[in-house]
Design a protein around this ligand. Structure first.
Ligand code: GDG
Length: 497
């Protein structure tokens, strides 16, 4: 069997199994590499006074991990610069935050060249190379320049933006042309794939060679949607772990006669945290009778601290949560609890399970794995309700969530109210449909589909699946099972005066 070489900006050895790791990409790749004896190549996370190309090699669980240090200017121009100040905001529709800086661009090309020069000697004939994400778009071009003829695939974890946005990027043509040095390019959703195709047809004089294959710049490549999933079996098992159980018990004890609404996101403007808080504030303003009945817990570990936009959002969220609690707190209750700590994954599993509502409202998101983790962690006999942004890639699959426009505090407030009053019958039906999807389209299915397509790029492309419409669950049409469960509204005991 051919070896698999995974290339990503950061490398997380699979033995870490993600307990302390933030980032969907790291979790998905750990799961993939556990199955193949492959090589994982990327940046070590360290800087050196100058770039030497010195490789550090370690073995983890049958996987060779190869990392290289970068120099400070590389870090500023490539990682903090072009990747996180240009491509990330632009691809998440934040043109206002996008830095169109030529130095960044040069640094991005340089680091991709350096990665290629360091990686090329490790590549053996027959190796399949799988490159991940927006940091490394030009990598295949640089490897080809060095004579690498292996199959190379690329998967974009974030959205591919609309045509009008991508053309605002100086040298967008070069960026897209570089993608045509891959044999296979994968997107999270059919919508992103379609946006890419539209660009190629209208901007690059390209054509659809046959379904699933685009031709431009003198090359034909396969382009397909591969929605990423979670390790659903592992997550479901983790919910039963002692630590998850402990976190669950702690949260249940803290929310007696209250219901827990939970959000878990890296602190990032794409995740819609401010808009989410405004939605919660609107819910509290509109529902005085429910103010004491809910606790909104937002876990938001810090990410990419060096980028100023993240420091600003942090300040605004601190102010917003303070304002909401200032307005609606009581001597014994704060409606919003906002923590910047990083939790273990098993603790998150317990938190999700204790929650009546999962609030996942990114402004734009390639997929959003938190939505899937929330579904995987639920008690089948008493599941919570997922409120999901229609602009998350996951909304294509989790159609039985309550889908909202994250820009609208009214829609978020309404959805929270609806979720809290949803009866057990409807909750179970919606959850079951979502859970089946999370289990079926899990990280293994994602990996196998991508690797199979990379192994045989000329092979048949899976036809577009016609997805079932969400179940219309009118409560009146069936007799709902009105069991009293933790996640069903329970009357409080009469207040003592
Ligand atoms: C990119 C794309 C796409 C969060 N807080 C903690 C923690 N997390 C974990 C979650 C989840 C992961 O981080 C976040 O994954 P997402 O998918 O939500 O988002 P990104 O990090 O932006 O990932 C995204 C993904 O790539 C995969 O393709 O879905 O659209 O933007 O797993 O649980 N994990 C731990 N402690 C925390 O406090 N341990």
């Amino acid at each position: 069997m051919s070896r698999l070489i995974v290339v990503s900006n950061r490398v997380n050895p699979p033995t870490a199994r993600g307990d302390e790791t933030v980032g969907g990409l790291a979790m998905a790749l750990s799961a993939a590499l556990r199955q193949y004896s492959g090589l994982w190549f990327g940046w070590s996370g360290r800087t050196a006074p100058e770039f030497t190309g010195q490789l550090s090699l370690e073995q983890h669980d049958g996987v060779t991990v190869a990392t290289v240090d970068l120099e400070e200017a590389d870090l500023q121009e490539y990682y903090n610069g072009y990747a996180n100040k240009t491509l990330w905001p632009l691809f998440h529709y934040r043109q206002d935050l996008t830095a169109y800086d030529r130095t960044f661009d040069a640094g991005y090309q340089r680091v991709n060249r350096r990665f290629a020069e360091t990686l090329a000697p490790l590549i053996q004939p027959g190796d399949l190379i799988w490159v991940h994400d927006y940091h490394l778009i030009p990598l295949a071009r640089e490897l080809r320049r060095l004579g690498v003829t292996n199959r190379i695939g690329f998967f974009l974890h974030i959205p591919w933006p609309a045509h009008q946005l991508i053309v605002t990027l100086p040298r967008h043509r070069e960026l897209v042309a570089a993608l045509f040095d891959y044999d296979l390019v994968g997107f999270q959703t059919e919508g992103f794939r379609h946006a890419f195709e539209e660009y190629v047809l209208s901007e690059a004089d390209g054509s659809v060679d046959r379904p699933g294959f685009l031709r431009a710049y003198g090359r034909t490549m396969r382009v397909e949607a591969f929605p990423i999933g979670i390790d659903a079996a592992d997550f479901t098992r983790m919910v039963e772990s002692p630590r998850a159980q402990h976190t669950y018990d702690v949260m249940v004890a803290h929310t007696v006669f209250r219901r827990l609404i939970v959000g878990v996101d890296r602190l990032d403007y794409s995740k819609g945290l401010e808009e989410r808080f405004l939605g919660v504030e609107r819910f509290l303003a509109n529902n005085p009778d429910l103010r004491r009945e809910v606790l909104m817990l937002q876990v938001a570990p810090l990410s990419r601290d060096a980028v100023e936009a993240y420091q600003e959002i942090r300040g605004r969220l601190d102010a917003l949560s303070g304002r909401i609690n200032g307005e609606y707190a009581d001597i014994d209750h704060n409606p919003v609890r906002y923590v910047n700590k990083n939790y273990r994954r098993d603790e998150l599993a317990g938190l999700y399970r204790a929650a009546s509502v999962g609030l996942v409202t990114p402004m734009r998101d390639g997929m959003n794995l938190v939505a899937k983790e929330f579904v995987a962690a639920q008690d089948p006999d008493d599941p919570g309700v997922l409120i999901l942004s229609r602009f998350a890639g996951a909304a294509d699959q989790l159609r039985d969530a309550l889908l909202v426009n994250p820009n609208s505090p009214d829609e978020i407030a309404e959805a929270i109210k609806r979720a809290l009053s949803m009866d057990l019958f409807e909750r179970k039906a919606r959850w079951r449909a979502m859970f089946e999807n999370v289990v079926r389209e899990d990280v293994t299915a994602w990996r196998d589909a991508f690797v199979a397509a990379l192994r045989d790029p000329a092979g048949a492309v899976a036809p577009d699946v016609e997805r079932p419409q969400p179940a219309i669950l009118e409560v009146e049409t069936e007799t709902p099972t009105r069991l009293t469960t933790r996640k069903t509204a329970t009357p409080r005991p009469p207040a003592r005066h």
